[in-house]
Design a protein around this ligand. Structure first.
Ligand code: HEC
Length: 170
């Protein structure tokens, strides 16, 4: 059994990853971040910053993957990579614990929440270090984080550290 003292705990609602290494167990820490944890994180207060500094929904730029109206927000850690105008900075590289939440609306109904959470050490992160997930507005899983971004990274690889908002909202 893995020793509790050697597990990284996701410290909600602080969105910080705390590691304690009190033992001498050389077993590498293996953990993943679940869809439910991502849903909980997006609902927690974390000084969210909206793309473009506006809480209005914007026209989505992806006709195939996402619904027509979008609103994207960044947790405090992710917001370190935004400009003063709330856009992704040139050459941005999001630090671990960055969470980007994309809310997708059909009319005024929140139909999908898409997540990009940076945590390179997580076993369900894609090679870029991002964990990818989609739920509906109530947290029911649509595309599980366990898929490691299959079906997401293809479109996103052209973006700034895999983020696409700057391309579609110049
Ligand atoms: C067909 C291409 C495409 C696919 C597939 C795709 N996306 Fe996106 N995604 C975009 C585009 C384009 C944007 C920029 C916002 C917009 O214009 O809609 C975006 C934006 C986002 C954002 C906001 C952060 C940003 O700037 O990129 C998140 C989070 C996101 N997508 C998550 C996902 C997840 C999770 C998946 C897979 C389940 C996925 N996307 C699959 C095209 C795609």
């Amino acid at each position: 059994m893995r020793r509790l003292t050697n597990i990284c705990l996701l410290a909600l609602p602080f969105l910080a990853i705390q590691c304690t290494d009190a033992g001498n167990d050389p077993t590498p820490v293996v953990f993943s971040v679940s869809d439910a944890e991502l849903y909980a994180m997006q609902g927690a207060p974390d000084g969210w910053t909206f793309f473009g500094l506006t809480a209005d929904t914007l026209a989505g730029g992806s006709t195939t993957a996402h619904e027509p109206r979008v609103r994207v927000r960044y947790n405090r850690r992710a917001a370190t990579q935004l400009t003063a105008a709330g856009r992704v900075a040139a050459g941005a590289l999001f630090p671990d614990s960055s969470l980007i939440v994309k809310e997708l609306y059909t009319g005024s109904t929140l139909t999908t929440i898409a997540y990009m959470f940076k945590l390179g050490r997580a076993e369900n992160a894609s090679s870029s270090g991002w964990i990818w997930s989609e739920t509906d507005g109530n947290g029911a899983v649509k595309i599980s984080a366990s898929r490691r971004g299959t079906g997401c990274v293809g479109c996103h690889s052209t973006g700034t550290d895999f983020t696409r908002m700057n391309d579609t909202h110049p």
